[in-house]
Design a protein around this ligand. Structure first.
Ligand code: ADP
Ligand code: MG
Length: 241
């Protein structure tokens, strides 16, 4: 579903990604771990061209993301759902309006259709009863679930999560992880950058360890956490404990 080939990214003279190869199959949940500054966010941001790759190619469902421009790129971006650490909801619009907005503006959906889809997605994240609330009236965990509903309402082919629970109070993390687990059960293709290792063990199909802009090691969670082969991964994991 998502194919990253020999992705390189430089900022000026500084190379932050070196020959990243990553294939994500339909329905797979791939977890990306690694120290701060290892290039995890840059890799995700290259996938929807929030950052322009220096070289390499990215394909979504067989289509070249890296070759798109203008309207084609706008359309492509809609197929890639992105959830960040901060939720970036419009504070003066209701929860329902937040989830409807891009559907109407970008997908040109009829308002009634957008509203029905928004309610369906709010129900998926357990927040249908908050449709008329303002974002400021919700907890951080609830706001993040609204951000997930907003991304899902655009019918993405893949969802990219960049530390979706890092800004949340510990007691609110679980509700967001639960939604992500549910999406996986529904067959959504997901790439998740996160430090929630327990969640990775339980829910990831594959774990990718990045360090210094390269993929150092990848494999099933049992292998990555139970039997890491590289010294760098062993050092990283031991720092977490
Ligand atoms: P991670 O998400 O793993 O913490 P990032 O992808 O954010 O890592 O950053 C990787 C490296 O790229 C870091 O050294 C960071 O300072 C650098 N970097 C990220 N964005 C920019 C930018 N816009 N300009 C220059 N350097 C950047
Ligand atoms: Mg990051």
């Amino acid at each position: 579903m998502l194919e990253i080939n020999k992705l390189e990214k430089q900022f000026g003279d500084v190379r932050v990604l070196t020959s990243i190869d990553l294939n994500v199959e339909a329905g797979e949940l791939v977890f990306v771990i690694g120290p701060s500054g290892s290039g995890k966010s840059t890799m995700l941001r290259c996938c929807n061209r929030l950052e322009e790759p220096t070289s390499g190619s990215i394909l979504l469902d067989g289509e070249h993301v890296t070759a798109c421009h203008g309207r084609a790129l706008d359309r492509m971006r809609l197929k890639i759902g992105m959830v960040f650490q901060g939720f970036h909801l419009y504070p003066h619009k209701s929860v329902l309006a937040n989830v409807m907005l891009a559907q109407v503006k970008a997908l040109k959906r009829d308002k009634a259709v957008a509203q029905a889809r928004a309610m369906e997605m709010l129900d998926t994240v357990g927040l249908a009863h908050k449709a008329d609330a303002m974002p400021g009236e919700l907890s951080g965990g609830q706001q993040q679930r609204v951000a997930i509903a907003r991304a899902l309402a655009l019918d993405p082919k893949v969802m990219l999560f960049d530390e979706p629970t890092s800004a949340l109070d510990p007691e609110l993390v679980g509700s967001v992880l639960k939604v992500m687990k549910q999406l996986r059960e529904q067959g959504m293709t997901m790439v998740v950058v996160s430090h929630e290792m327990e969640f990775a063990r339980e829910a990831a199909d594959r774990v990718v360890f990045m360090d210094g802009g390269v993929v150092v090691e990848s494999g099933p969670p049992e292998q990555i956490f139970g039997n890491p082969s590289s010294e760098r991964l062993r050092a990283f994991l031991s720092r977490l404990r």
